[in-house]
Every structure is written in structure tokens, then in C-alpha cells.
Design a protein around this ligand. Structure first.
Ligand code: FES
Ligand SMILES: [Fe+2]
Length: 421
């Protein structure tokens, strides 16, 4: 703990090397490939054989519903590497490669290879490359580093209580959209882990929600206003038996840190409608709207905000060292009917508005950081989780760099290690 406090005092935002070095970037991809990252919801797949193709950490990934759950494969053929699925989604009994017609079962096993006589061992060696797919209450997570992923049971145990309250296993996807931004992925993570920027960038959020009074300023007057609303909400919510509180700090020692917290939106804010109104039928175990929401993140790339009537989940996806996408999903109760119980325009208004504001802010930060004279700066108390994430990131990148330099002496390894300490 003392170490963390000391590290927090000296923590700085990202150096130009950390934002631009291509070798370091490959190590970042290796680090992120061991993290469980939100990919979709089970309701996107109705029947065995339904599949979708996703971009994840510069890889193309096929996720397919099988008899036993879900399988994930890298979207290239084991013969000469041709792209296997060019459609973004569909239904398949098998995947047939367009190049020489090798055919694969939906679980990835090689089914047939025209004019090749193969032993069953050779066949099994030519299965598609696997991607791990796991499920927490209907939320699907993908992991690329099969065999060396972080422990999923720990992730599941931490997410399960609040995901279960939200009834996510009985939800459906109401809407998705993707934003692309010209910025290194860490600048997006940096932004989404703090609300110091909220007063300057999110007028709608600051009007409707109470938390910016403590997450965007250290004003004692505003703290008192927040405290009154929060204490009152806790008392009422406790009577209802709904969950309250949770973990709010990034654990720098966790292989995959999880922040999940249930708190108040505001006294008269039931959800994310333009006037704070509800937008869809209640979800899960919530029988009344208590003006609360579950929010947090699962590792650096998966973030969520879930009032009692819908769930908003987004994934930060790395497209290149300087391009990032934000992939947004809105979920509602599986029985809710579009244009009767909810409509997509209202449902998505708040987070689309807020996300566009975030993207402008992140791209401005990225543009400034391209200056030859750019220097990283300290974090303040309102950027606590961003600072903790920078510590988590640097410790892990240093370990990966050390491993790599002890095996293969990299010419600029020393530079990378110095910049990461
Ligand atoms: S590359 Fe797929 S069958 Fe040859
Ligand atoms: Fe923001």
C-alpha cells in the first residue's frame, strides 16, 4: 500500500515512447491478449451455427454458437492463411475456405481437405486457431492468449453479483454502434477512468447526475451536496434490499482489475432519458426504480453503466498504435418490445452524446501529444484510477519487456525499460 501511495505521487501520463514506439506496442498487444474483453451478448446468436466476426486487438475473430456453448476461432485458414469468413455474420454448418476449399467444423476441427490424404493426427494439427470465449450472465468475453489467459473464475466471481441483479442473462441487444478515434488506446483508457474532465466536457451529464460534484471537482460545498443525496439514497435503497457500493479503485496487483460499484444517479434521475426519465422496462431483480446504477470496468478495455432499466457496455478496441475504436452496446430486458417499451433514439441519446464529447477530448489530447515538445504530467486526486491504471500498465509492460530482453537482446530494450519505470 505504501508503495502504491509512493508510486501514485510520481505517476505520470504516457510518454511519447509509450504512445509511439512500435516494439512497445507489440508488447501491449501481448498484454491485452491475456485480458478477458467484452465481445457481445448471447442474444446475438439464436441457433447453433449462428456466427459473427469481430475485430479484436488487430485480429479477426469468429464467434459461433455450438451445441455446447460458444467457440471462438481466429478468422484465417490453417492451410495458407486465407481469410475464412468474409461476411460479418451469418449461419454456417461448417466454414469452407474460399481459397482451396478446406472445410472446418463449427468447433474449429478440420473436416475435409480436398486431395490431401491426412492422418487423424495431421487433421487435428490443422484445426482453426482457437480463441477463448467465456460467459458471465450472458455477457461474452473473448481471450486471444489461449492457455495463458488470466484466471476467468476470478473475473466471473467479481462481476457475477451485480450482473446477476441486472438480469443480463435474460437481456437482448437493443442497439450497437462503433466510433473510431485517432488516438492511442491508452489515451482512451486514461479518459474513461476519470471524471476530472466532466465539468469541462459533459454539460448534460453534469446537469443530470450527482457524481460530478465529487468526481469532477474537490469543492467542499459540492461534496456536501453529493453527500446528502448519496446518504439519503443509501437509506432508501437499503430498505428495498438493492445492492449498494462496491469496489471503486483499480487494483494494481490484480491480473485483471475489476471495478464494480452501485451508486445513485441523482434524486430525480431514474435513468438516462433527456429529463432523467426511465427508458425501458426494469431489468433483472429490480422491481422498482431506485434511481441507482451499476457502473465500472473489467480490465482496461470493458466499461459499463447500468441503471435499473438498461445496460450500456462498451469495449475499447485497439486498431493500430494510433487508431482506436469504441464499440457500444445497449441491452434491455429480453421481453421489451422496440417502439413499444423502448426506442433506440432515446435509449442511446445520453451515451452517444457523452461519447462524442469524450472522443473530441481524447483526439485533442492525442493531437497535442504528437508535438516533439510534449511532456507527460502528474495525475491529481480526481484522476486516481487513471494513475492506478498507468502503474498497473507499466509494471506489466516492464515484466514483458524484461522477459523479452532476457531472451532476445533488443537494441532499444534499455530505453523501453527506462521509460516504463
Ligand atoms: S488457404 Fe484455405 S484451403 Fe488453402
Ligand atoms: Fe467523459
Amino acid at each position: 500500500m505504501e508503495n502504491i501511495e509512493a508510486n501514485l505521487k510520481t505517476a505520470r501520463s504516457y510518454t511519447k515512447v509509450e504512445l509511439e514506439d512500435k516494439e512497445l506496442y507489440q508488447r501491449e498487444l501481448a498484454l491485452l491478449s491475456s485480458q478477458w474483453i467484452f465481445i457481445d451478448h448471447i442474444s446475438s446468436f439464436k441457433k447453433v451455427g449462428d456466427y459473427k466476426v469481430y475485430e479484436l486487438l488487430e485480429e479477426s475473430v469468429i464467434v459461433v454458437k455450438t451445441e455446447y456453448g460458444f467457440s471462438g476461432h481466429l478468422n484465417f485458414c490453417s492451410h495458407r492463411g486465407s481469410t475464412l469468413c468474409e461476411k460479418k455474420q451469418g449461419h454456417a454448418k461448417a466454414f469452407t475456405c474460399p481459397y482451396h476449399n478446406w472445410s472446418f467444423e463449427i468447433d474449429g476441427k478440420l473436416k475435409s481437405a480436398p486431395s490431401c490424404s491426412m492422418t487423424s493426427l495431421q487433421k487435428s494439427e490443422n484445426s482453426l486457431k482457437k480463441v477463448d470465449i467465456k460467459d458471465v450472465e450472458g455477457i461474452l468475453f473473448a481471450g486471444l492468449n489461449v492457455g495463458s489467459m488470466v484466471d476467468f473464475e476470478t473475473v466471473k466471481r467479481e462481476l457475477n453479483p451485480l450482473f446477476s441483479w441486472q438480469g443480463l442473462s435474460k437481456a437482448k441487444v437493443a442497439h450497437t454502434c462503433t466510433f473510431t478515434l485517432s488516438a492511442n488506446w491508452k489515451l482512451a483508457v486514461d479518459n474513461f477512468m476519470e471524471c476530472y474532465h466532466c465539468y469541462a466536457n459533459h454539460p448534460e451529464m453534469c446537469k443530470q447526475l450527482i457524481h460530478p460534484k465529487v468526481t469532477s471537482t474537490e469543492s467542499p460545498t459540492q461534496y456536501k451536496q453529493f453527500e446528502k443525496v448519496y446518504v439519503d439514497w443509501c437509506q432508501k435503497t437499503a430498505v428495498l434490499g438493492h445492492p449498494i457500493g462496491g469496489d471503486q479503485n483499480v487494483d494494481v496487483n490484480a491480473d485483471q482489475f475489476i471495478v464494480t460499484l452501485r451508486s445513485v444517479l441523482n434524486t430525480n434521475t431514474a435513468s438516462y432519458g433527456k429529463d432523467g426519465e426511465s427508458l425501458a422496462p426494469l431489468m433483472g431483480k429490480y422491481k422498482v426504480n431506485d434511481n441507482g446504477e451499476t457502473f465500472g470496468f473489467c480490465g482496461p478495455m470493458t466499461h459499463f453503466s447500468m441503471p435499473t432499466d438498461f445496460a450500456f457496455i462498451f469495449r475499447i478496441n485497439v486498431r493500430s498504435i494510433s487508431e482506436t475504436t469504441i464499440e457500444l452496446h445497449w441491452l434491455v430486458d429480453e421481453d421489451a418490445k422496440e417502439d413499444v417499451d423502448y426506442n433506440v433514439t432515446d435509449l442511446s441519446w445520453f451515451w452517444k452524446t457523452t461519447m462524442k464529447q469524450d472522443i473530441i477530448a481524447i483526439e485533442r489530447a492525442a493531437a497535442g501529444a504528437r508535438s516533439r515538445f510534449f511532456q507527460p504530467a502528474v495525475y491529481n486526486a480526481l484522476e486516481h484510477n487513471s494513475a492506478l491504471f498507468s502503474i498497473w500498465y507499466r509494471e506489466r509492460i516492464a515484466a514483458i519487456s524484461q522477459n523479452a530482453t532476457s531472451r532476445v537482446p533488443a537494441p532499444n530494450g534499455a530505453l523501453l525499460l527506462r521509460s516504463s519505470s
